[in-house]
Ligand binder design. Sequence first.
Ligand code: PLP
Length: 450
Amino acid sequence: HLPTAELQALDAAHHMHPFTTNDELAEKGVRIITRASGIYLTDSEGNEILDAMAGLWCVNIGYGRDELADVAARQMRELPYYNTFFMTTHVPVIALAKKIAELAPGDLNHVFFAGSGSEANDTNIRMVRHYWAEKGKPTKSIIISRNNAYHGSSVGSGSLGGMSAMHAQGGLPIPDIHHIEQPHWWAEGGDMDPEEFGLQRAQELEKAILELGEDRVAAFIAEPVQGAGGVIIPPASYWPEIQRICDKYEILLIADEVICGFGRTGNWFGSETMGIRPDIMTIAKGLSSGYAPIGGSIVSDEVAAVIGASEFNHGYTYSGHPVAAAVALENLRILEEEGVVAHVRDVAGPYLKEKWEALGDHPLVGEAKIVGMMGSIALVPNKNSRAPFAEAGTAGFVCRERCFANNLVMRHVGDRMIISPPLVITTEEIDVMIGRARTALDECYAELQK
Ligand code: PLP
């Protein structure tokens, strides 16, 4: 390929990147990733970079699995495309829907496919409103979500999300989306006991339902563990109270499992780890380990019966795309047959937890939290206090750059550093990852002292 500098210049000239400014592209030059294998990326300069984010929280089985490439090639030759509209279907989508129904808990037995998590959450908005209309309660249209949540970038899913920077652009949110506070004890809990705080934040849902009117609220959506918001693991008191409130007021519970699903928290779904019984789950990312774009909504028997009773005027050209479905099915076979979820739960997860939480002794780290294979650390100016840096995000940015310099991809959300490595990571690879993270923290600490 062309030399790196030329590729960077072409990229800056013609390629518009998500969540990136032109100045960043022009001044810094992007990293060009050329290959990947296992947990390592290779860039155009030949650097081997440990990907502690599994891409965007998605490459659960790791990079470079030939089985998925072979399945994709075979499916492209046999049936590269056909749709699932108007009374047609195909074998890969049938097999995938059956497999997902087997894996999903309770009576979540039906899948409406989409091309991404954003599209799936758009489906959910329309589906829950249509569900209540079909049940003779058309006023139930409000969906309650949380501040600082991320549910996608389309107009609908970006509205469900609670990111103020996203709402500031492009006219979001759409009507009838209401946000309550998140259960982020570290940043917002003040002097409260974490469990008391978790309960209080869950009860905000009840307050909102009573204020808005029980007859107007259709659903509550949340991630079992908030990912892009900063890997925020709620206090144990939070989810049982949310479940109680949803049951009491007949509010559909949507668990956005786009990150948590397919093993990330040590169970097939984060809902199992958090002990909740959703009516709908959003899935994407780990469903295909990112090898093909695919997402979907898994819904209960009851929701599927109501939605299917008349025509649901909704669907995407790539709903249940045969190549993506075949790739996803092969990915699930690997996750299952290689015991990857058990590896997270029993081996790599507990090992990483010990190593990750030990970073809490670093002078720059206030707290280090992890569930399964999603973890975060809070960077703080003073270890004895939860008070944040005066200029939010600076320390996180410096730390991310020091990670890059040490051939490690860790993401920062403000001053929280985040990891979400491929689930197949070994204990030896965890040692390398933690070693590089510690070096980056030391260098960041030194730079901030200057
Ligand atoms: N929901 C959650 C929880 C996510 O983290 C994301 C993406 O990061 C999405 C939805 C959107 O998925 P996609 O980027 O596939 O549209």
